[in-house]
Every structure is written in structure tokens, then in C-alpha cells.
Design a protein around this ligand. Structure first.
Ligand code: ITT
Length: 202
């Protein structure tokens, strides 16, 4: 497992163009004092996500940014997998919101497809990939189980957050304080594995 430099002066590209993810990954990285810069700020184009799994797409994004910038890059591929829909929208979670990134529409689509199915189980999944300019890659995955609710509730977070109630809670991710979501989210779980492997004691 390859480690990353940490502390002042250590630069890392956060290979995302999603502002919601950028806020969350920035907060997770903050304690490590790294100089995190986003792919958007560096004008790195978004690669086509041609993978068939979260991990494959995270690797595509991390490698594209690492090679383009000459710096290590961290990418996140994530989404909502609904059990009764065979795991959809899954890796297509962003695409179900269309070019206008209309997540009200995406949540409505999922709810319509579920109809009166009583099985509302779903999971948020996050794959993180860190890539170096020489092509080396490490990957980590985190999930959080829960259910989807209707109507969506809460204005915090982004994407499908108002639609998802994590197991053991009454609030949706959209209603929760961001700090509470960060304690248990799919992204936080994948990030904890990344920290253990690549940052701790580095
Ligand atoms: P990048 O590829 O630039 O990172 P993206 O939005 O296209 O941005 P993805 O392909 O990984 O990213 O799509 C993931 C979608 O899944 C994202 O747009 C959200 O709608 C949803 N999603 C992922 N994590 C989420 C979270 O913590 N809360 C709510 N929705 C989430």
C-alpha cells in the first residue's frame, strides 16, 4: 500500500466536479493539513465514466486527474443502490438527474419505479481511488444501509440526501447536521479506510 505525503505543502487533487462532494471531501481532508485543489480549479476535463462498477469509475477519474496534473489525485464514485430496483440507479445516480442535475426529478423517478413496493431498502455506496502520476492506484469502498422515503425531507447535503434515511435513524441525510452525516456516511467509511492505508503515520 503506497502512502501519501501529508502536512503543509503536500498537494492533492480532489478529482471531482461535484461541489457537494468537494465540500465533504475537503472537510474530511482538513485535519491532515494538505493543500487540496479540485480538478475543476485546475481545469482538468471530466473523463467519460465508462466503468461498470463504482471502483472502476473512481479509478478512471483519479488517473485522469493524476496524469493531467502530475500530482496525486483522489476521486470518488458514488451513488444510491435501491434493492427492489436491482441496485439502480447505482453507478448511474448522477445520470438519472439529467444534464440539469435535477435531483428532484431523479428521486421522483426512483419513487415512481418503486410504486407501492413495500421494500424500500437502499444503500449509499462510495468508492474512493487515489492515483499517482506514475499510474499506481489504491481503492477503498464504504457503504451505508437504509431506506428511501417519500416525500424527500430536508435541505442539507446534496443529491439524493433528502430521500435517504440511514438505518437506526428517523432523519434523512438531508435533515441531519452535516457533522452527523460525516460520522456514518458511505463517503466517511471509505475515507476512514483510505486514511488508515495512505495517510496515517505517513
Ligand atoms: P464527479 O464524477 O465529478 O465526482 P458526479 O456527481 O458525476 O461528480 P458520480 O458520478 O460519482 O459523481 O455520481 C454520484 C451521484 O450520486 C451524485 O451526483 C449524487 O447525486 C449521488 N450521491 C453520491 N453520494 C451522495 C451523498 O453523500 N448524498 C447524496 N447523493 C449522493
Amino acid at each position: 500500500m503506497r502512502r501519501l505525503d501529508v502536512g503543509p505543502g503536500a498537494r492533492l487533487v480532489v478529482a471531482t466536479h461535484n461541489p457537494g462532494k468537494l465540500v465533504e471531501i475537503g472537510a474530511l481532508l482538513k485535519p491532515f493539513g494538505m493543500d487540496a485543489v479540485s480538478a475543476g480549479e485546475l481545469d482538468i476535463p471530466e473523463p467519460e465514466e465508462t466503468g461498470s462498477t463504482f471502483v472502476e469509475n473512481a479509478v478512471i477519474k483519479a488517473l485522469a486527474s493524476a496524469v493531467a496534473s502530475g500530482l496525486p489525485a483522489l476521486a470518488d464514485d458514488s451513488g444510491l443502490a435501491v434493492e427492489a430496483l436491482g441496485g439502480d440507479p447505482g453507478i448511474y445516480s448522477a445520470r438519472w438527474a439529467g444534464p440539469d442535475k435535477d435531483f428532484d426529478m431523479a428521486m421522483e423517478t426512483v419513487n415512481r419505479l418503486l410504486g407501492d413496493n413495500p421494500d424500500r431498502r437502499a444503500a449509499f455506496v462510495c468508492a474512493l481511488a487515489v492515483a499517482w502520476p506514475d499510474g499506481h492506484v489504491e481503492t477503498f469502498e464504504g457503504t451505508v444501509d437504509g431506506t428511501v422515503c417519500w416525500p424527500p425531507r430536508g435541505g442539507n447535503g446534496f443529491g439524493y440526501d433528502p430521500f435517504f434515511v440511514p438505518e437506526g435513524f428517523d432523519e434523512t441525510f438531508g435533515e441531519m447536521e452535516p457533522a452527523r452525516k460525516h460520522e456514518m456516511s458511505h463517503r466517511a467509511r471509505a475515507f476512514a479506510l483510505f486514511v488508515e492505508a495512505c495517510l496515517k503515520g505517513a
